[in-house]
Design a protein. Structure first.
Length: 401
């Protein structure tokens, strides 16, 4: 219970923090020592100073009656909650690939409940948040931007707008990429890249109904009964090292792997919200590296192939950090598609105040705008990051529960 790195709540004041010292009978957090009877472990997983957990990737869609069943049928996702805001003419749908046997509150396209909302607000897994703006399903000209076309794109990915690309794809891991792609193709799923196309063999990119890229990646065969796990969200960044430090500092994300490709002029960074126990289990399961002498993310490893947790993949094309005119497209100006990533956290007001004091910029503070219990910060690239208080509820604001 009192392990260093564990997240603990102080009973008397409700403050949350990470244990930095422990002697088994007492622990130190938030600069003070507390007896074990004065604290309690939190019932959900989180990391960093705000007990954050990577919880969502938001994508705008044309038709939920097409996109929701697509992810359910082909990737084993479950609709865990949805929220309807007719006053603002949009609805959001949250899809998770849960573990087999995991008990979920009932939820369908016809009905969501306060119980499904509480599950979503305290979950440890991650979701795809599909945003539907009323009427788009009837608009023959409606098309989202999938994030991979722009002036910095090559060949078919070149476009006059935007000036630079941004979001790239989501990903699912599976035991056998070739088998998975054969099944997807048989079931009518289209592909941007099949496993043996191009210079990178053994991975593929499927296309969802809106044209978003879905990377299909091999994982280690660990005997998991789940055919897929939601494994990544990829975003291009201007300055790789600077962005990595931002997510480590504010959200306690762990840098799992640095994949440097100097011959191609880019580096990929993989980060995740993991507890010490989750990281330790992954290190032991990793078959591609020996971590007995310590963990070094700059050395090749297979952690992303043995973790259930969804990773944030940051792609840095070398040299963009020196270009004063370079700016990724955040997906919220035209053309639109990807909207933001999001983290669950405790004590939103205090967390945002501390983030702002430490230099973070905000689009929306907790007390601003029409919605309470959420905020939007900017990362160093201008991407929107939704910050969601685990105690928040939209009951009384939304119209469907």
């Amino acid at each position: 219970m009192l392990a260093v790195g564990g997240n603990i709540k102080v009973k008397a004041c409700g403050s949350v923090g990470t244990i930095v010292q422990s002697n088994g009978h007492a622990c130190k957090l938030l600069g003070k020592w507390f007896h074990k009877d004065e604290v309690e472990p939190l019932p959900y997983l989180g990391s960093g100073p705000y007990h954050a957990r990577f919880q969502q990737t938001m994508l705008r869609i044309k038709d939920p009656k097409v996109s929701v069943p697509f992810y359910e049928k082909h990737f084993g996702c479950k609709l865990v909650h949805w929220i309807d805001f007719p006053q603002w003419t949009f609805t959001v749908y949250f899809l998770e690939r849960p573990r087999e046997g995991q008990v979920l509150p009932p939820c369908s396209l016809e009905k969501a409940t306060i119980e499904s909302e509480r599950y979503m607000m305290t979950m440890s897994g991650a979701t795809l948040e599909l945003t539907h703006n009323y009427g788009s399903e009837k608009d023959d000209n409606f098309k989202v931007w999938n994030g991979n076309t722009g002036k910095d794109g090559d060949g078919p990915n070149y476009a006059e707008e935007p000036a630079a690309r941004g979001f790239g794809h989501v990903a699912f891991n599976c035991d056998d990429v070739y088998e998975a792609c054969a099944i997807l193709e048989k079931n009518g799923v289209k592909f941007q890249k099949k496993p043996d196309d191009g210079r990178m063999k053994g991975l593929a990119f499927a296309l969802d109904p809106d044209g978003y890229w879905i990377e299909i990646v091999r994982r280690e065969k660990l005997g998991w009964p789940e055919y897929y796990n939601l494994s990544q969200t990829m975003m291009r960044v201007k300055d790789g090292p600077k962005t990595v430090e931002f997510y480590k500092k504010h959200f306690g994300m762990t840098l799992l792997r640095v994949m440097d490709m100097p011959q191609y002029g880019f580096t990929n960074y993989f980060l995740a919200c993991v507890t010490p126990e989750e990281l330790d289990a992954a290190l032991k399961a990793d078959k591609e590296a020996d971590h007995s002498a310590g963990f070094d993310p700059t050395k090749p490893n297979g952690l992303t192939k043995v973790l259930w947790n969804t990773c944030l993949e940051l792609t840095w094309n070398h040299g963009t950090e020196k270009d004063p005119n370079f700016k990724v497209h955040d997906g919220n100006a035209q053309p639109q598609g990807f909207g933001h990533i999001g983290f669950l956290m405790d004590d939103l007001e205090a967390s945002c105040a501390r983030m702002e004091a430490e230099g973070a910029s905000f689009k929306k503070r907790p007390h601003e705008g029409n919605m309470r219990g959420i905020a939007f910060a900017y990362d160093p690239n201008g991407y929107w990051i939704e910050l969601i208080d685990r105690k928040a509820t939209f009951q009384g604001v939304c119209k469907n529960y």
